[in-house]
Design a binder for this molecule. Structure first.
Ligand code: ADP
Ligand code: MG
Length: 252
């Protein structure tokens, strides 16, 4: 059984069909990349998987159970972590607190409430939760930054902090939306090794990324989206040489 399965998933925004009848599976333990031009519907697919949108048609199942239509916090609690295309950190909180927010099983995104509840953990620097948050920071090599304000981290580290926060939920599947965007080549190489480590820790990875060197060097499989339609799927070398993919995306 596939870990995640999209079955004929469609979403319309008014007259625009942003995702159009997409069938897609993510297999346990793989690194799958989703590529395609800007506006192809890649982030919308992540928003559909994580419950930010409900599909107009079709269904999504995770671990064999239907999840489409469920609330984001239920889907997160079921084991799907994510990062966003645009960094979403609490910049005036510490690095550790940002991870604790991910670790906390939020009731209903009562963020203010959970920060209040978390504060004693953070102050005393004790407890299993804080230890776990430090473990997550270690996975992205940021444990030494735990007590700095998130706003003071360089851009590449802020992106890694977002990954740590997603890991804090102990997900089976992590969705990374353009994790290498804005990174320099050295930061990208560090990130690539981290993603491999995350997979080695047993977490399945599904990422959207524009940097083809990064995608080709990392992914087991690649799916290609164009105008909301999945136009190809295969191993990196198959995608690289697929004429339809070159026409729609790689040739540009
Ligand atoms: P990608 O991530 O592949 O660049 P997106 O998934 O962000 O593309 O967007 C796909 C299309 O859906 C775009 O045309 C975008 O403008 C549109 N879209 C996304 N979200 C919404 C929304 N909430 N309302 C209306 N249109 C949207
Ligand atoms: Mg996007």
């Amino acid at each position: 059984m596939s870990l995640l399965k999209l079955d004929n998933v469609t979403i319309r925004f008014g007259g625009l069909v942003a995702v159009d009848g997409v069938d897609l599976t993510v297999e346990r333990g793989e690194i799958l990349a989703l590529i395609g031009p800007n506006g192809a519907g890649k982030s919308t697919i992540f928003n559909l998987i994580t419950g930010i949108y409900a599909p107009t048609e079709g269904s999504i199942s995770f671990n064999g159970r239907p999840i489409s239509g469920n609330k984001p916090y239920h889907i997160a609690a079921a084991g799907i972590g994510r990062t966003f295309q645009n960094i979403r950190l609490f910049t005036e909180l510490s690095v550790l607190e940002n991870v604790l927010i991910g670790a906390h099983k939020l009731g209903k995104w009562d963020l203010a409430g959970s920060i209040m509840k978390l504060a004693p953990w953070v102050r005393k620097e004790e407890g299993a939760l804080a230890e776990w948050a430090i473990e997550c920071l270690k996975q992205v090599d940021l444990a030494h930054r735990a007590y700095e304000l998130a706003v003071n981290l360089p851009y590449g580290e802020q992106r890694r902090l977002e990954i740590a926060r997603a890991l804090a939920l102990k997900p089976d599947l992590i969705l990374l939306d353009e994790p290498a965007a804005g990174m320099n080549p050295q930061e990208k190489q560090v990130l690539l090794e981290m993603v491999l480590k995350i997979r080695a820790a047993g977490i399945t990875v599904f990422l959207v990324e524009h940097d083809m060197k990064f995608v080709m060097g990392l992914s087991d499989r690649i799916a290609v989206l164009d105008y909301g339609v999945k136009i190809a799927e295969g191993k990196p070398e198959e995608i690289r040489t697929n004429p339809q993919v070159i026409e729609a995306y790689l040739g540009k």
